[in-house]
Design a protein around this ligand. Structure first.
Ligand code: FAD
Ligand code: FES
Length: 498
């Protein structure tokens, strides 16, 4: 067992209060039920309330603590190298639409922070995509040209304002960063102040059709004309999303620093291994936040080693203090790097809306998604429908399932605070050993589609290598991410009693 430094958890969540809403405990009706209180769900809900429409939001866990609350939380239209790619593989009009949607998403988010006085540490920052290689420099020059073609201001610099050698950087000035968990708690308050209703600890265990739609939780039901599945990865959808997407995971660390301007700007590298860098605070001290390269969720058997590497990498360039926080986060990639948002089947399933596949750029895209879904419910047209079309074709070989990386021969091979998967005939058992040596066993088969889970030795979770469901180590805790978070009924891996 590698003893990693720092508290397990996101520095943003640490600094944000709880929203504190009660669970749903009755059968009620609204025009729209939003399932999921992340950035997509809350944006949709507030937009609908601002238009005077009735809306109820049910959140499985607590507002602001899941994918959005673990993001790097850069509010920017600079999504590393994206516009050259979109022009090349799609077309200029689509690339412009992507830029417009994200410009609008970022603008609405900042307007709401002002309008609703949401204290979420919003700071104006320049965004930099940097490179340390000559090839990367060429890509940055090409990206700058593409950004200008789609109407964005972009500047190529000879070096990034970072303490290590770079061969160039692309700068988008006047972007922003914030604490996303504080923002979501504030957004939820705005929804409720505007007359919306929010229920926490209210996992939708069934989303189905009744007279129209219904979202059923353990202790209540919401009936509605529209349902918005804003659960990051959808499980219920007339058009399956699991094979159109690939779950990606990152490690993140927040170090204590004295200088709140230890770096001035938000940075993302283009060379392998890529890193993302920004500053922040957890209310105790300024922090330097760094992220490591992406990997497919559940397909790495030693996530702890990634934290060790990330810490070494950060300490080479900055005189940082202790590791205050460390966490993993995941999001879903799409083949063309554009999210899937909208009504997948307006003929057969009218009023059913989804949003997923944000490619780790769901702060601005997720806000635009919420705007678009609300506009559809309000009967308005949206210029981004074809951009985000959730039924557009995709390469069938894009999604890659993986195998468990944690197979061991016997429980003797499992050290304290570690986990392993034991195969007994057809049975697969996920076993983890507590610090006192006692064992806990659950089924290792993910109940989404039966893949065998991998032990995440940093977060101490069971991660599915197929579609990214992430379960508590006892297997009975609520999954916080992935398709099983969406409609599993809470318990996914069943305790085996061993
Ligand atoms: C490492 C990392 C860094 C990132 N950094 C950035 C960045 O700097 N800028 C940027 O633009 N984007 C960034 N992103 C992407 C962005 O964070 C996400 O795309 C976005 O937050 C997704 O929002 P969401 O509302 O879909 O998901 P979430 O915030 O996870 O919200 C979904 C909610 O649904 C709830 N839920 C799930 N199932 C149910 C159910 N059955 N019933 C009720 N509720 C349910 C969950 O509990 C959760 O609260 C990053 C992503 C990663 C992985
Ligand atoms: S998330 Fe699909 S099989 Fe586990």
């Amino acid at each position: 067992m590698v003893n990693l430094p720092g508290n397990r958890g996101s520095c943003w969540v640490a600094g944000a209060g709880s929203a504190g809403y009660s669970p749903l405990d009755s059968s009620i009706h609204a025009e729209t039920v939003v399932v999921g209180g992340g950035i997509v769900g809350l944006t949709t809900a507030l937009r609908l309330r601002e238009a005077g429409r009735s809306v109820i939001l049910v959140e499985a866990l607590e507002i602001g603590r899941q994918v959005t609350g673990r993001a790097t939380a850069k509010i920017t239209t600079q999504h590393a190298l994206i516009y050259r790619h979109l022009i090349d593989i799609l077309d200029l009009a689509t690339a412009r639409s992507y830029a417009d949607a994200n410009t609008a998403g970022a603008a609405l988010l900042k307007d709401w922070i002002r309008e609703y006085a949401i204290a979420c540490d919003l700071e104006r920052k320049d965004a930099y995509t940097y490179t340390i290689s000559p090839k990367g420099r060429e890509e940055i020059v090409a990206e700058a040209e593409a950004a200008r073609q789609v109407g964005l201001q972009a500047q190529v610099l000879d070096r990034a304002p970072l303490p290590f050698e770079t061969t160039g950087a692309l700068c988008f000035s006047d972007q922003a960063q914030f604490n996303p968990a504080k923002y979501l708690v504030g957004l939820a308050k705005a929804v409720v102040d505007q007359g919306g209703r929010i229920y926490e600890h209210s996992r939708a265990i069934l989303i189905g059709e009744a007279s129209r739609w219904r979202a059923v939780t353990a202790s209540g039901t919401v009936h509605a004309e529209h349902v918005v599945v804003a659960t990051n990865m959808t499980v219920k959808s007339p058009v399956g999303m699991a094979n159109r997407t690939q779950p990606r995971c990152h490690t993140a660390m927040a170090f204590r620093v004295d200088d709140p301007l230890v770096v001035d700007g938000m940075f993302i590298g283009v060379d392998d291994p890529t890193h993302s860098i920004r500053t922040g605070s957890d209310g105790t001290s300024p922090l330097l936040v760094v992220l490591g390269p992406k990997f497919n969720t559940g397909q790495d058997g030693n996530v702890a080693a990634r934290f060790v590497e990330l810490e070494e990498w950060a300490r080479k360039s900055w005189a940082v203090g202790d590791v205050a926080w460390r966490w993993c986060n995941e999001d879903y990639d799409t083949a063309d790097r554009v999210p899937y948002v909208g009504e997948p089947d307006p003929e057969q399933a009218p009023g059913f809306h989804i949003a997923t596949g944000f490619n780790a750029w769901g702060i601005s895209n997720g806000t635009a998604a919420g705007m678009m879904i609300a506009d559809t419910i309000l009967g308005h047209s949206s210029p981004w429908r074809s951009l985000y079309d959730p039924t557009r074709p995709y390469p069938k070989d894009f999604h890659k399932n993986g195998d468990s990386q944690s197979i061991v021969r016997s429980t003797n091979d499992i050290r304290p605070r570690e986990g392993g998967v034991i195969l007994r005939g057809d049975e697969k058992i996920a076993v983890c050993r507590d610090s006192d040596g006692s064992l806990r066993a659950v089924s290792a088969s993910c109940t989404h589609k039966g893949c065998t889970v991998t032990w995440n030795n940093a977060d101490r979770t069971w991660d599915c290598p197929c579609h990214g469901s992430i379960f508590a180590s006892d297997g009975v805790g609520d999954p916080w991410s992935g398709p099983q978070a969406a409609c599993s009924g809470g318990t996914v891996a069943k305790p085996t009693g061993r």
